[in-house]
Ligand binder design. Structure first.
Ligand code: PGA
Length: 221
């Protein structure tokens, strides 16, 4: 089961480290529970060091990566460089599609870059029709209406979409749900047959709320 924190464009280094200091020691050492934090690129290295030094059961990920390989691409974060500090990357988040003109084609290029440098791709699907590039093993169903709105999809519908995605791309595909997840509703999604975890924005910024969700997941395993 996956619990993934997507901080988006939040937290400076001090705030990021204080989150890790608080959350890190409370993450259960359960091999079946994969807790991931995706800070801004600026904070990734410090977060990673804190995790390693303290031996926390926490994986560090990126929120995006470049569709290009290393080279003359000003401002881009290439997979080959990110690889030193991350194991996984969110790709094709709807905010990137909306504000940064990402298309299904660029997402496919990013997935190829991630694959080349051994970074696991977590592809965000806005619905069951979002293309999932071949070889992707992890996706998040995140309906646009539910992101940051306080209006999540129902657990039943999220489960149905997860099932459709698995039918389309293979039963080994793991599908997470994301969109207005809180400690109040987390259990209902995690209890669904076809849902393998959560991608959490706002509720991941608050340590108490995030730890509660991690505990809920741990108790279901
Ligand atoms: P939210 O964001 O939890 O704040 O709705 C989820 C996401 O965008 O991944």
């Amino acid at each position: 089961m996956w619990i993934i924190a997507n901080w988006k464009s939040n937290k400076n280094i001090t705030e990021a480290l204080s989150w890790v200091d608080e959350v890190g020691p409370q993450i259960p050492r359960n091999e079946a529970l994969k807790v991931v934090v995706c800070p801004t690129v600026m904070c990734i290295e410090d977060v990673k060091k804190a995790v390693i030094v303290n031996g926390y059961h926490l994986t560090v990920g990126a929120q995006d990566l470049s569709s290009f390989d290393e080279g003359a691409y000003t401002g881009e974060e290439a997979a080959r460089i990110l690889k030193d500090v991350v194991d996984i990357s969110i790709l094709g988040h709807s905010e990137r599609r909306q504000h940064f003109n990402e298309t299904d084609e660029t997402v496919a290029e990013k997935v190829a870059q991630a694959k080349q440098y051994n970074i696991e791709s977590l592809v965000c699907c806005q619905d069951e029709n979002t293309p999932v590039p071949l070889g992707v093993k992890l996706v998040a169903y995140e309906p646009v209406f539910a992101i940051g709105t306080g209006t999540p999809d129902t657990p039943q519908n999220a489960n149905n979409v997860a099932k459709l995605l698995k039918d389309k791309h293979g039963s080994e595909l793991e599908v997470l749900y994301g969109g207005s997840v809180t400690s109040e509703n987390a259990k209902a999604y995690l209890s669904q047959e076809n849902i393998s975890g959560l991608l959490i924005g706002k509720s991941s910024l608050d340590t108490t709320e995030f730890i509660k969700i991690v505990e809920i997941a741990d108790n279901l395993l």
